[in-house]
Design a protein around this ligand. Structure first.
Ligand code: AMP
Length: 506
């Protein structure tokens, strides 16, 4: 195998790291920058722009620039880029390809494989799409690794005793919290929770909305609806937010946001840290409830935590640190770099998988319960569509589990196995992963035929479901990765790969 790397494919920024003599390093680009904005664009002449270059044109040409693609992963929503339309995994593949090129030149050798991180709370479809993005970028995806697990891996404080670490990860677009048990050899995620749609982007949106309200109050006119104005306001909101992590007040000035008759109207206001804090506090209190749920799932109290690690750019907001500290009764660790530690951990794991180093073993958990829809005999009669969990959330992976079910009616000829992931006891309230049927059942009375349903969940988060009718041994199976809306065929993958490749040709 060629050189392997660890990649933190973030909503806002991405980072690539590699091992050198067992030690992980973040690889810089030619200008020495360690972080690449997860931004892709097409210039007015149609050439590809990546990272900082793409981000730079966002204010002027948002319609030709793609940001926060991670939020669309796992959907089949097409994105216009230049003359063509792309799937989310193709846009992510462009970012990955850019990181690989950066790594190739930093290392002076070709990178062939990678561990790519995702939020612990990513669904199967989102993990699949991420894996596909890696394949389209021409990489062998060694593992799709949970971000908090990666962060915990870089944690240097390796004492001979077991340490229980809480990782609070608040980035640009996603939030998750995990409790990780670290011993000298094994890193195990005990529990994790999160929200795929909560992060710094939402704080920017909230602040932008606040600017618009202030503008309306002072001018009695709404801000003009126009993509370029929206992009400018969002950028101003993010700048304001960043300043307020350092200072307690800042001024915001944005010209030409609307007009009254012939008069152009501008926005000018002072925002205090306190103002900003009250805007985002409701969102942050949601993160504290997630901490409590995670502690509950791990059957631990706050006092049982040895360390608290903050990950993700948004944890630089002073209020975040303060709330987490008050909530858990201990200050978070300072020594771990919130922007780089995920990529560093991924590089360590890539090294383990590529057998460059065999320092530690990693144990991961599944983020959502997996099961099937069944008919249940309730005090109110037979009810269909009840969710029967086969693999509970937070089970350590890889995992194999079976359950035996019986037929619900006399002479039932077929059984439909509908697979879902989620926590609701009504099956259809959960995320459907696919379904299949076993046909030709022998005639028997209700409850007499036994069907064994077997779930196999591997390290990449890919699920294989097999159902077997026990008397005849008839069996059917389903690889769930094929059932998600965005799953590409091998042919499509090859086509996407060739297309992304051609974008990088000089
Ligand atoms: P990540 O996804 O971890 O790269 O985090 C990116 C998010 O962190 C973006 O929403 C940034 O605006 C935000 N961020 C980065 N630095 C700071 C800071 N100093 N204060 C507040 N938010 C920040």
């Amino acid at each position: 195998m060629g050189k392997v790397v660890g990649i933190d494919l973030g909503t806002t920024n991405s980072v690539v790291a590699a091992l050198d003599n067992g030690q992980p390093w973040v690889l810089p680009d030619e200008e020495g920058s360690l972080i690449m904005p997860s931004c892709v664009g097409w210039s007015s002449t149609g050439s590809l722009l990546l990272g900082t270059e793409a981000l730079r044109q966002y204010g002027a040409a948002p319609e030709r620039t793609v940001k926060s693609i991670k939020r669309k992963m796992g959907t089949d929503q097409k994105i216009k880029g230049g003359e063509k339309e792309y799937l989310p995994q193709e846009i992510s593949a462009i970012i990955l390809r850019g990181l690989v090129e950066l790594a190739n030149s930093a290392l002076g050798e070709a990178v062939t494989g990678a561990v790519i991180t995702v939020p612990a709370y990513f669904t199967d479809a989102q993990r699949q799409a991420t894996k596909e993005a890696g394949e389209i970028a021409g990489l062998e995806v060694l593992q799709i690794l949970n971000e908090p697990t990666a962060a915990a891996l870089t944690y240097e404080f390796r004492s001979p005793e077991t340490e229980i670490v809480l990782v609070y990860d608040l980035g640009g677009g996603t939030f998750d919290v995990s409790i990780v048990e670290i011993t000298a050899e094994v890193t195990e995620v005990l529990a994790s929770h999160g929200n795929n749609h909560l992060g710094g982007d939402d704080f920017d949106q909230r602040l932008k909305q606040y600017f618009e309200e202030k503008f309306l109050n002072s001018h009695k006119v709404e801000v003009t609806e126009e993509p370029a104005i929206e992009a400018r306001l969002l950028r101003a909101a993010e700048e304001c937010k960043l300043t307020l992590s350092e200072k307690t007040f800042t001024k915001v000035r944005e010209a030409y946001l609307g007009s009254k008759g012939k008069k152009a109207l501008h926005l000018e206001l002072e925002v205090s840290r306190r103002d900003f804090e009250s805007l985002i506090e409701p969102m942050l209190s949601e993160t504290l409830s997630a901490i409590d749920r995670t502690l509950e799932d791990a059957e631990l109290d706050a006092e049982d935590l040895d360390r608290v690690i903050l990950v993700g750019g948004s944890t630089r907001i002073p209020l975040v640190r303060r709330l987490v500290e008050e909530h858990l009764g201990q200050p978070p660790l300072d020594s771990v770099n919130p922007d780089l530690c995920v990529a560093l951990g991924a590089a360590l794991q890539a090294g383990v998988l590529a057998e460059e180093s065999t320092e530690s073993i990693l144990v991961d958990v599944i983020p959502h319960s997996l099961g099937i829809a069944v008919v249940e005999d309730t005090p109110y009669g037979m009810r269909s569509g009840i969710f029967s969990t086969i693999v509970p959330r937070n089970s350590v992976i890889p995992i194999s589990r079976s359950e035996v079910y019986t037929t619900a009616t006399d002479n039932q000829e077929t059984v439909k196995v509908e697979v879902f992931q989620g926590e609701n006891f009504i099956a259809k309230e959960n995320v459907p992963l696919g379904s299949f049927e076993i046909e030709g059942l022998p005639p028997r009375r209700a409850g007499e035929l036994e069907i064994e349903v077997h779930f196999d969940f591997d390290l990449n988060g890919i699920l294989m479901v097999t159902a077997t009718e026990k008397s005849l041994g008839t069996s059917q199976s389903l690889e769930v990765s094929n059932a998600t809306t965005s799953r590409l065929s091998t042919n499509q993958l090859q086509q996407s790969k060739a297309e992304i490749e051609s974008l990088f040709k000089p």
